[in-house]
Ligand binder design. Sequence first.
Ligand SMILES: Cc1cc2nc3c(=O)[nH]c(=O)nc-3n(C[C@H](O)[C@H](O)[C@H](O)COP(=O)(O)OP(=O)(O)OC[C@H]3O[C@@H](n4cnc5c(N)ncnc54)[C@H](O)[C@@H]3O)c2cc1C
Length: 493
Amino acid sequence: MTKSVVIIGAGLGGLSTALRLSYKGYKVTVVEKQPTPGGRLNILKQDGFTFDIGPSFFSMGYEFKELFESIGEPIPFELNELDPLYTVNIAGSDRVFKIYKDLAKLAEEFRGLEDDFEAKAKKYLLGAKEIFHDTEYRIIKKNFNSILHFLASMATVPVKHLPKMFRTFWQELERHFDSEEVKIIFSLVAFFLGATPFNTPSVYNLLNYTELQHDGYWNVKGGMYKIVEGILGLLDKKGVQIKLNTEIVRVEQSNGSVKTVISSTGERFDADLFVVNADAAWFRGKFLSRAKYTPEKLDKLEWTLAPFTIYLGVKGKINGIQHHNYFLGNNFRAYADTIFRSSVAPEKPYYYVNVASKSNPESAPEGCENLFILCPVPDLRVKPDWSDADKLVDEILEDLGQRVGYDIKNNILTKVVYTPNEWEKMFNLYRGSGLGLAHGLNQIGAFRPSNKDEKLNNLYYVGASTTPGTGLPIVVIGSKLITERIENEHSAV
Ligand SMILES: Cc1cc2nc3c(=O)[nH]c(=O)nc-3n(C[C@H](O)[C@H](O)[C@H](O)COP(=O)(O)OP(=O)(O)OC[C@H]3O[C@@H](n4cnc5c(N)ncnc54)[C@H](O)[C@@H]3O)c2cc1C
């Protein structure tokens, strides 16, 4: 008989797993607490404006191609490569740095700041390239059954990379570049991992290779939510049922298996197999009472920063800004040192602005712009009270208006703000952490919550806080790994 699977959560992890499993013949049902599928990859519509609420671009676009190739379907949305990748504004500098993949063009951006930039960048990126390709299949795209298995795989990574484990991301940049601006810009990716360049091991400079040389950055024509809509169309074809507004609050188990999961309204979902797309660490603590994941122990783990996000519909066209932009202050080191630990909102915040209407005109009424502003802030362990949210909004809008030369504050047509409290409530993100568990060396591979439950033989996990980790392409890789496990352990019929 065909095996049935219930997937708890319709984030990208849950949806891409549903896609792979349904095409392999499993009978799949997805249950999602929110009224719309997509999880953090979601959409907000208000007053004629459409916003992507979370992810706005991604690296390793070929992972999406792999997902659809694996099920024999054409990719149901159009990928756009970003060029330039993004711009960076540093307070006090009158330059706006445009970050190009083309190193000769990028060298022009750093003219007068970094001599021989192109040659130095090539050398730096060669090291990053080697570590990416030496770990891609040994560490990232691999299931591990034990710590020993993981360590054995680590041992196959060429020893020449070993010194990078003992240097920080910043120290590696210092070995190659003199200019503060180059070092700051190249180190921004470290924050995605849940750490700062000053405490992240330099092995992660492989991320500079993925953004600057390997596959660059991509977004989707018509907005990021087209990814979700494309997947939903294919799931519909396969008869996958998606139950929205359904939050699972109880797990019934017997004889080492999950039998049923139960929603807050008492609806029961039985299946042969279960996949959890909710946070893999939090779920184990909350619903399986695992001693390793009590709130006290979860609080001791390292989590990525929380998002503070503003969605603005603005009257008029803003010329001083591009599609993807970072706005940084001039105290990078001090800011990085305090941002994870400060219990007050940042005074001179660093933030990212995405103006989707620059390349997707349908997302805003004619003559208007839609702005998505993301300011990474400490998670709710450190700053639980966001009653002062308006102050941070005000500071960001004042600063942004000055830096792009446009009176944004007096031209707002619509505004929505999500503090870490909203992010936590919407998607059950632990303490509001935006990208889930961090990626220090003690929280990757077999040291990360596994994608296979330790005790229950028909329970699996997919998404940001299990292996391999967070970010859209990585979660898609996660769906491939979990599908391989499920197929090996419980064939579809
Ligand atoms: C503001 C922001 C910006 C980001 N920007 C980028 C970016 O530009 N590029 C990039 O690659 N990544 C980005 N990320 C990270 C990326 O969004 C995540 O890594 C990815 O979307 C995680 O997908 P997921 O399936 O693991 O989790 P989620 O998207 O969180 O999906 C999990 C789903 O499970 C549901 N759920 C939870 N508990 C239950 C329950 N008990 N019952 C039923 N349903 C439940 C949730 O509601 C949710 O829909 C960003 C994240 C944020 C927050």
